[in-house]
Ligand binder design. Structure first.
Ligand SMILES: *Cc1c(COP(=O)(O)O)cnc(C)c1O
Length: 430
């Protein structure tokens, strides 16, 4: 039997950092990542046979839990018919229709292969439609790793970026200053004053890559009004919130109508999918009908659309009631368990998302979110992992309870959190 350590050593010899996405390397928490062998429902098992109750859930992509039988069956059936054709298929139409039925602002939809592709293309489309080039994003919002949006991002970029305070500072080496010269970064939860050079404002309607930060009342409506005032497009990045906060995502929950929306994660049922959609007159600017180019060999992939349709079929109104109850139980339980053990924590809940901020204040923006106690998060992460619960290996990710996390699972997680927090406090006292 191999070990996590042995695999990580081999991985680092052939894969930069040993991982294919930085947060997985445990840089923020230290130690050796566990290599997953298999997963089912709320549980994952690593190559050493250790079992974890999993709150990562592929960063929210597997909202129905790992290896849900309906989704596995749909993928199996699709695979038998061929895995990619380079020609259109019926399921692409079905998925686009399903998205439009749930999110009416998406009059037309295009499928891509990741959330990054969705936001990148939405940006290009907004620029092509308006003939303007400036984009406005919010500090701590993460929109994937496209050059123009990699400025002052949350998620794992928080541990790479230099502290960028003003706009236009690249969040990564290799992003030329020119790529973000037309990107303005402004604080979350404050409606910026725009001018007529702005093509679009892109925002996470609920910020879920700097811990969990809900929009303050009036923020999203204010963005809509300010975009309308100057003729800029409003892009909601619903890669996390889409099909998770409810049937209609954050835009339905908060009553804001964007020009364009970006999706990923849930929409793929755990496979490689992203999508963006919006106003018909804007979407019609895309190739082949319009001059804004976008394409993809694997776009609308038959396995991915099968998985996405199967996932959405599970997400009826009752499922969202269940998801919200689970998240509320987890948030309240964790808040009590951690504070009772002497670890100050705030665990905000929005729909089925739960944040874990280590400190006394409830952050409203990135500056406040970054005051989370990173060292304690790392200690708590390992104390919980040792006790069989997997949080995300970074203090700016959120917790993703899903349909597979029943009350017993959540209560077990909360009990582990209490024990782990007590152990962290005890180790400090020595
Ligand atoms: C994950 C994420 C993305 C990027 O999606 P990928 O599929 O990882 O490229 C974009 N926006 C938000 C809000 C995300 O959470």
């Amino acid at each position: 039997m191999t070990t996590n350590r042995a695999l990580f050593d081999r991985a680092r010899a052939v894969i930069p950092g040993g991982v294919n996405s930085p947060v997985r390397a445990f840089t923020a928490v230290g130690g050796t990542p566990y290599f997953v062998a298999r997963a089912e429902g709320p549980r994952v098992w690593d190559v050493e046979g250790n079992e974890y109750l999993d709150l990562v859930q592929s960063y929210g992509a597997v909202i129905a839990g790992h290896a849900h039988p309906d989704i596995v069956a749909a993928i199996r059936a699709a695979a038998g018919d061929g895995t990619s054709y380079g020609a259109p298929t019926e399921r692409e139409v079905l998925l686009a229709e399903e998205i439009r039925a749930r999110v009416p602002s998406c009059e037309k939809v295009r499928m891509v292969s990741s959330g990054t592709e969705a936001t990148m293309t939405a940006l290009r489309l907004a620029r092509g439609f308006t003939g303007r080039s400036r984009v406005v994003k919010f500090a701590g919002n993460y929109h994937g790793h496209g050059d123009a949006l990699l400025a002052d991002s949350g998620s794992a970029v928080a541990h790479i970026a230099a502290d960028a305070t003003a706009g236009g500072v690249p969040g990564s080496a290799g992003v030329p200053a020119t790529a973000v010269a037309e990107t303005s970064v402004v604080p979350y939860n404050v409606v910026p004053r725009l001018d007529e050079a702005v093509a679009c404002v892109i925002v996470e309607p609920v910020a879920a890559n700097m811990g969990l930060v809900a929009p303050v009342p009036g923020f999203l409506a204010g963005l809509r009004a300010e975009c309308d005032r100057v003729g800029a497009l409003l892009i909601l990045d619903e890669v996390i919130t889409g099909f998770r906060l409810g049937r209609g995502g954050a835009q339905a929950a908060y009553g804001v109508v964007p020009d364009l929306s970006c999706f990923g994660k849930v929409i793929g049922g755990g496979l490689n999918v992203g999508a963006f959609g919006g106003r018909g007159d804007v979407m019609d600017r895309l190739a082949p009908d319009g001059p804004v180019y976008q394409a993809g060999t694997l776009s609308g992939n038959p396995l991915a659309t099968a998985a996405g349709l199967a996932a959405l079929a599970l997400l009826d109104d009752a499922a969202y009631v269940t998801l919200h109850e689970r998240a509320a139980r987890l948030g309240a339980g964790l808040t009590a368990a951690l504070n009772d053990a002497g670890v100050p924590a705030r665990c905000p809940v929005v729909g089925s998302l739960v944040g874990l901020h280590l400190g006394d204040e409830l952050p409203l923006d990135y500056a406040a979110a970054k005051r989370t106690d990173e060292a304690t998060y790392a200690a708590l992460f390992h104390a919980m992992l040792d006790r069989g619960v997997a949080l995300a290996p970074g203090p700016y990710e959120v917790l993703f309870p899903g349909l597979a996390h029943d009350d017993a699972v959540i209560d077990q997680i909360v009990a582990v959190a209490g024990d782990a927090a007590a152990a962290v406090v005890a180790s400090r006292a020595i």
